[in-house]
Write a protein that binds this ligand. Structure first.
Ligand code: NAD
Length: 402
């Protein structure tokens, strides 16, 4: 389909309608001029919600360059709309890996001062291909769990010469985006792509962190039997206490009708685990890496429905969704607008904080008062008022110690 500016603009206008925090609180913070004239790179899944964030930054005076954080998730209409509004967009819909990486390197060549990154996809490529571009960089605000782990690894190796903020570790990000956003939309995408039913089915979830917890809750609410594979004892115990079956891949996979990976690592399931899969099982990934499921080990597939490929493994047939990319984004519309209003508010305030403070190199968290201000703005938009703690409600610890 040819890219259509009007369709892209409609999609962005729809996002704005349900983004009271970004459109109100964040705009007001950004209006102090801290990012005016700054080169800001936005490298997040390039669809309408990301486009709205990019426009809010541009309207605050930033010189914004936009690219996608995954080769499979760029929307051509949105790209066309941003270009028509004068933003520099270095992205292609359905880019192959090589084209996508080339686009990211072109972003690095614009010498951004501030980066809003996802999965640290731009930052790690700058480290590898354009390290000299780091000299212009004031800081990076990172979206995801995986990207945070990558930045921490760079810092431990002594190769992170600038400050970063992990948006993911803000409460207004992971409590809502990873859990409710990914939970709802992963299930939505799987059901739409397969036209199958969850009630009565067994859904295996590999990785019971914020994302796995959310997916499990939504699957259970639809009547699925949830079975969890987890390597961390405490999180495995949490899954057990949440009422799910817990076990090893060898115990869980033979009964699973659907298998969803959410570990943040690579090869959570590959050839050794495929041997345990139930014939007809459907595999989907919700984690950042396209290789949480070892897709090459599935061999060539046959597309039997859009984004659903069927693979023959010996005498059984297995289906893979969205080529192993994040199913809720590559195979759906991504997070609900209300969720990204919160996540991008964290990113917008993070970008402003990096522009207006001289932080040491390393991985930092958005200050608590800024995190809290996002929740306050969202509650206010929902017309919700809170009580304040009164002095007589505070426990005076000193009474007990002396
Ligand atoms: N699809 C989306 O829209 C979306 C949204 C937010 C985060 N993410 C991504 O989802 C992934 C998970 O994020 P999270 O916040 O839940 O991370 P998390 O660290 O809270 O949870 C990951 C869990 O997986 C477990 N784990 C790791 N390797 C495992 C393995 N091989 N087998 C079983 N368990 C394993 C870990 O012990 C941990 O409990 C990350 O890649 C993150 O970037 C995706």
């Amino acid at each position: 389909m040819t890219a259509d500016v009007a369709r892209g603009r409609e999609a962005i206008a729809w996002v704005r309608e349900f983004s009271p925090v970004l459109d109100g609180h964040v705009r007001s913070v950004l209006s102090d001029g801290a990012i005016d004239g700054r080169k800001v790179a936005v490298v997040v899944h390039l669809e309408a919600k990301t486009a709205f964030l990019a426009l809010v930054l541009a309207e605050a005076g930033a010189d914004v360059v936009v690219a996608g954080s995954n080769p499979h998730t760029t929307n051509g209409d949105v790209v066309a709309a941003l270009r028509a509004d004068g933003l520099q967009v270095l992205a292609h819909e359905d880019a192959g890996i090589a084209q996508w990486e080339q686009d990211l390197i072109r972003v690095a060549d614009t010498h951004p001062e501030l980066i809003i990154d996802d999965g640290a996809e731009l930052t790690i490529r700058m480290a590898k291909h354009r390290p000299h571009a780091f000299t212009a960089l004031r800081g990076v605000s990172e979206e995801t769990t995986t990207g945070t782990a990558r930045l921490e690894a760079m810092h431990s190796a002594g190769s992170l010469p600038f400050p970063t903020l992990t948006a993911n570790n803000a409460r207004c990000k992971h409590l809502f985006d990873n859990r409710y956003g990914t939970g709802q939309t992963t299930i939505q995408s799987i059901l739409r792509l397969t036209n199958r039913q969850f009630a009565g089915a067994t859904v295996a979830i590999i990785g019971y962190g914020w994302v796995g917890t959310g997916i499990a809750a939504y699957a259970k609410a639809l009547g699925a039997r949830v079975a969890v594979v987890e390597v961390d004892e405490v999180r495995a115990l949490e899954a057990y206490m949440d009422g799910h079956e817990v076990g090893r891949t060898a115990d869980v996979l033979p009964k699973a009708d659907f298998v969803i990976t959410a570990t943040g690592g690579v090869r959570a399931i590959g050839a050794p685990e495929f041997a345990s899969l139930k014939p007809g099982a459907i595999l989907a990934n919700a984690g950042h890496h396209d290789l949480e499921i070892d897709v090459p080990a599935l061999g060539t597939g046959r597309e039997v429905r859009p984004q659903l490929t069927s693979h023959n493994l010996g005498d059984k047939q297995i289906s893979l969704l969205s080529h192993g990319a994040l199913v809720n984004i590559a195979g759906g519309s991504g997070h609900p607008v209300e969720i990204m209003d919160l996540s991008f508010a964290v990113q917008g305030l993070g970008c402003h904080y990096l522009a207006s403070h001289d932080l040491p190199a390393g991985v930092h968290v958005l200050p608590k008062e800024l995190d809290d201000s996002i929740a306050a703005a969202r509650l206010a938009a929902a017309g919700i008022r809170l009580d304040q703690l009164q002095p007589y409600q505070l426990d005076d610890v000193s009474e007990w110690i002396g």
